[in-house]
Write a protein that binds this ligand. Structure first.
Ligand code: FE
Length: 393
């Protein structure tokens, strides 16, 4: 048996946040991040709408980027005191991811991250509350996905949580919130969304339900990302929808080794954090050329190329055209083409590459990659990504 799960309702369009006025319930806990939603007035707006619905409100503020186990536990305890029947998470990926995990520990205080880490094994949620997600960035699509990532800083590990129980009940995709994104965030989150759609399309778990969402998202990203980057707000709106479509695809079809590599290199080097979307953008053309050595994957990448209007005599040529287009977008948005150019030191890279390769093979996203990969192959791939070398294996 296969399954395809999305939120029950997706409200979208400028001003769609006002649907909060129509929620039926007694109490809502709002979860927000560091302050941009407050500064730009969206938090007040949400609170006013909920008050109009006669809903009593509690607030969990200051969820940090890459939210911690402690933040989740603190939030869950506050929810147990307040007993909300709605959880409303507003902001980028971090507050929404944190709120999803708080939700689990609110309803099941006795569970543990060690238990939850087994994919699709969660206890039944919605015994106490339902969940609204309102996203402010156009990339992670956590407002429609079954995923959340929580960091245990003491143990130095990330818990990738995956279960359709944490797919929100309501997603609000209001482009007004994405207007506030700075240029660099537009570039990185946009390329993250493109990576989601491409990886979902070639994933071993691709399906007739996810394919149209992925292809449409890819087309919309190519049509709108550079305009959005330059400040065109109509294009920004389309990107907000495109990333959501990509999210619906990858929540059900899962991802591949671009994400495995981004996860394991993000915090690996002393020269600084590599933002998730930036890492994906850099690695994507290398991984496409690597995966395309597998016949079925080559066929799927060629289908993507054709779907955005590319024409060529054979599939290999189409795949190359697709890679070139991605590289063009990267360079137009000042995303470097190798880890070396990003600033990672050669000595440190050489010292860590084998370990990173092994960790990346073990990442949750590797299982659905269309080409089987060993630590040795992953290390060779990383070597090409570091030096900007051609993939010939
Ligand atoms: Fe991503």
């Amino acid at each position: 048996m296969k399954r395809f799960t999305l939120p029950r309702d997706i409200y979208y369009g400028k001003g769609s946040m006002d649907v909060l006025k129509t929620l039926k319930g007694r109490k809502a806990t709002i979860v927000v991040g560091g302050g941009s939603m407050k500064r730009f007035g969206f938090l007040d707006k949400a609170m006013n709408y909920l008050k109009e619905a006669n809903i009593e409100i509690s607030l969990i503020e200051n969820v940090e980027p890459d939210p911690s186990v402690e933040t989740v536990m603190r939030g869950a305890a506050a929810m147990r005191d307040f007993q909300p029947d709605w959880i409303v998470a507003i902001g980028g990926g971090s507050p929404i991811d944190a709120a999803k995990a708080m939700w689990v520990f609110y309803e099941y205080p006795e569970t543990s991250f060690e238990t939850l880490i087994t994919p699709f094994s969660f206890p039944e949620l919605r015994t106490k509350a339902k969940f609204v997600a309102i996203s402010s960035t156009s990339g992670t699509a956590t407002e429609v996905t079954a995923f959340s990532v929580i960091t245990d800083y003491a143990k130095g590990i990330k818990y990738p949580l995956a279960d359709f129980n944490i797919t929100p009940d309501i997603a609000i995709v209001d482009p007004d919130l994405a207007d506030t994104m700075p240029e660099k965030l537009v570039a990185h989150t946009g390329m993250d969304a493109l990576t989601h759609a491409i990886e979902a399309y070639v994933s071993t778990l691709n399906s007739p339900f996810t394919d149209p969402l992925a292809l449409k998202a890819i087309k919309m990203v190519f049509d709108n990302l550079l305009l959005s980057y330059k400040g065109n707000m109509e294009a920004r709106e389309q990107m907000h929808y495109a990333q959501c479509l990509a999210g619906m695809a990858f929540s059900n079809a899962l991802l591949g080794i671009v994400h495995s590599l981004a996860h394991k290199t993000g915090a690996a080097f002393s020269t600084g954090h590599i933002p998730h979307g930036c890492a994906n953008a850099m690695y994507l053309p290398y991984v496409i050329r690597f995966n395309a050595k597998e016949a079925e994957a080559m066929k799927r990448y060629a289908e993507i190329a054709r779907s955005i209007g590319m024409k060529a005599d054979d599939d290999a040529e189409l795949v190359e055209m697709l890679c070139k287009k991605i590289e063009l977008y990267n360079s137009a948005m000042s995303i470097p083409e190798s880890l070396k150019l990003f600033g990672v030191k050669e000595d440190e890279f050489k010292e860590k590459v084998n370990n990173i390769a092994t960790l990346a093979v073990g990442d949750a996203c590797t299982g659905s990659n269309p080409r089987k990969v060993t630590p040795e192959l992953m290390a060779k791939l990383l070597d090409c990504i570091y030096y900007g070398k051609k993939i010939n294996f």
